[in-house]
Write a protein that binds this ligand. Structure first.
Ligand SMILES: [Zn+2]
Length: 133
């Protein structure tokens, strides 16, 4: 395994590193990935993954982002139907134009977190829909 070992930390400019071996790191979109290796700056803690680990981390990140988006699409469609709303009615509540929900549910447009969060609340407390109409 070839390690790319930078002469200076890209974050802080220090140049002492310890090996990172078989560590687990969180993914931005949720979850984590294990078995990563590379180098950690002893001054600031910044981790520079080796090439193979960097590739695995990037692929896992992409997969997690896609899974999170698909989960949002399914959640919006499921809760909308549970509430008895048409796509147009749901869009009237959340804004974004009359086709917004059609686009969200087909994955053409990523909904704002506020839209997803509102539907998570309405999923648990559907009676609150009456407050919005
Ligand atoms: Zn550093």
């Amino acid at each position: 395994m070839q390690y790319h070992h930078p002469m200076f930390c890209p974050e802080c400019g220090a140049h002492e590193f310890t090996a990172v071996a078989n560590e687990t790191f969180p993914l931005g979109a949720g979850g984590s990935i294990g078995g990563l290796s590379g180098w950690r700056c002893t001054a600031c803690g910044e981790v520079d993954l080796d090439a193979a680990s960097h590739t695995r981390y990037a692929q896992a990140s992409d997969t997690a982002v896609l899974a999170a988006r698909q989960a949002d699409q399914k959640l919006l469609a499921r809760v909308r139907k549970k509430l008895g709303l048409t796509q147009r009615q749901a869009a009237q509540i959340t804004g974004g134009g009359h086709n917004a929900f059609s686009r969200y549910e087909r994955g053409q447009v990523q909904p704002m977190p506020a839209v997803v969060n509102l539907f998570k609340i309405l999923d648990k407390h559907p009676e609150l829909l009456a407050e919005l109409r």
